[in-house]
Design a protein around this ligand. Structure first.
Ligand code: SUG
Length: 446
């Protein structure tokens, strides 16, 4: 039988994971600026999640980290000479930009690209649009390696199309799958694709946040849908509530998550909740399916609690028995209102009947929960067989990656350590070894 499975591609945390406070509007990133990080622990926490979900039978793969520091960035703004000279001058004259060049932010692979499976697209290929992430300097440099990695994993042009990032200008701010939700009866069925945007560049009357930036534009979302060849009657554009962006909801996946026909969302997530739900009902009816909204109201969980616990930045996964499991960060169990809500949710006889909780503290301190760490790619058996196999999570790969992390990663990184020229060499050595582990010689342009 022809089956389609959803692979979760988790970003493997890179050896330069650090807290630089680079994401204005992301409360956790801002609050933890300049504290010391533990890259080793961060990578092991992420790997433990991948391993546990793979062991449960979910299709799991890994997206490799990117080479850091990004010397292209540093050289392009006037730091010259040897690599050591570049690092020494940048550390002295522009430490924040050095931190940008060192950022391990590609670990949040939900922002790597937007993905439309072959069941949704006009040419029946799987389409990826690499996100330009142009709202933040440190993230705007991810796209080159992301495109290279995706093209190397999904090589066969007859099955896969990897589009370059949209133009790098505010009108096309694109943050990838973090603002994109598929709703469908089964992963392999034609779906409704919902794009949530924070602002519209060419509609001066549209609402916009006042305090924090809206990263995703309507124009970007429309461009992605066009590039992917989506059906207009199954494509829904929804404006995020600017008031929640101003409370730290910098991506829609901080306030809503969907899977199958379930949309799990906070009452304040969207600018016009009833119009959003009505539009999804109509679009889903076109696929023969019925939307199952699970609405969390503010009296149950406040937006503040949703942002601090990352309740909605959970993974909602379909189990073999047709029910769903919610994969949450440990912070959800530590917040009394959220813990109580979750207890009732799984006992309530609805589609979600199980919770799995992970300690992802290192990532969470930069505003990245379970859902930020993964890119969903639904693949038919034939497509899955055609992708690079070395990135698929197995017990063997897990063991090799743990040993690799233990050998190459530091267990403490403070802002001053970014000036250490040894760090750059350590990372290069680590990634060279990683190519072999993943059986992926063409992964990096060393
Ligand atoms: O883009 N944090 C990331 C977190 C991304 C979370 N992704 C999703 N919600 N899908 C960001 O704000 C912090 C880096 C620093 O401050 O060092 C950072 O980039």
């Amino acid at each position: 039988m022809h089956t389609t499975r959803e692979f979760n591609f988790d970003g493997l945390v890179g050896p330069s994971h650090n807290y630089a406070g680079l994401s204005f509007g992301n409360v956790a990133s801002f609050n933890n600026v300049k504290s010391a990080s533990n890259p080793k622990q961060a990578a092991l926490q992420g790997l433990a999640k991948m391993r546990a979900l793979a062991a449960r039978g979910f299709a799991q793969a890994v997206l490799p980290p990117q080479l850091r520091p990004d010397f292209r960035l540093l050289r392009s703004i006037g730091f010259g000479g040897s690599d050591a000279d570049v690092l020494a001058r940048a550390a002295k004259e522009a430490p924040v930009i050095l931190a940008c060049a060192y950022s391990a932010a590609p670990m949040w692979s939900a922002n790597a690209a937007t993905v439309s499976p072959s069941a949704d697209t006009l040419d029946h290929r799987v389409h990826f649009t690499v996100a330009n992430l142009n709202s933040k300097l440190h993230r705007s440099y991810e796209q080159t390696q992301t495109a290279r990695t995706l093209r190397a994993i999904f090589k066969e042009c007859a099955r896969f199309a990897v589009h370059d990032a949209l133009p790098g200008t505010p009108a096309f701010g694109d943050e990838g799958a973090a603002n994109h939700t598929r709703l469908c009866t089964a992963h392999g069925a034609g779906a409704v694709e919902m794009f949530v945007y924070g602002r519209a560049e060419f509609d001066s009357a549209a609402a916009a946040p006042q305090r924090f930036p809206a990263r995703q534009t309507l124009e970007a979302s429309q461009a992605v849908a066009r590039l992917h060849g989506l059906q207009p009657q199954r494509t829904v554009y929804v404006q995020q509530n600017p008031a929640v962006i101003d409370q730290g909801v910098f991506h829609n996946d901080v306030i809503a998550v969907g899977n199958g026909t379930v949309l799990f969302y906070h009452q304040q997530a969207f600018l016009d909740e009833s119009a959003t739900i009505a539009a999804l009902h109509i679009a889903l009816a076109d696929t023969g399916a019925q939307l199952q909204p699970i609405r969390v109201d503010s009296a149950q969980v406040s937006v503040t609690d949703a942002v601090s616990s990352y309740l909605f930045n959970s993974q909602l996964l379909s189990k073999q028995d047709g029910r769903m499991v919610l994969v949450v960060p440990q912070e959800c169990q530590e917040n009394p209102a959220v813990a109580r809500y979750l207890q009732d949710l799984v006992a309530g006889g609805g589609p979600i009947d199980e919770l799995i909780s992970f300690d992802l503290r290192q990532s969470m301190r930069n505003g990245g929960g379970p859902a930020c760490l993964r890119l969903r790619v639904a693949l038919t058996d034939a497509e899955a067989a055609a992708m690079h196999q070395g990135v698929i999570m197995t017990e063997g790969l897990y063991a090799s990656l743990v040993a690799w992390v233990e050998k190459h990663y530091r267990d403490r990184l403070s802002p001053d350590d970014l000036a250490d020229p040894m760090l750059a060499l350590e990372i290069q050595t680590a990634l060279e070894a990683l190519r072999t582990i993943l059986d992926f010689p063409e992964l990096y342009a060393f």
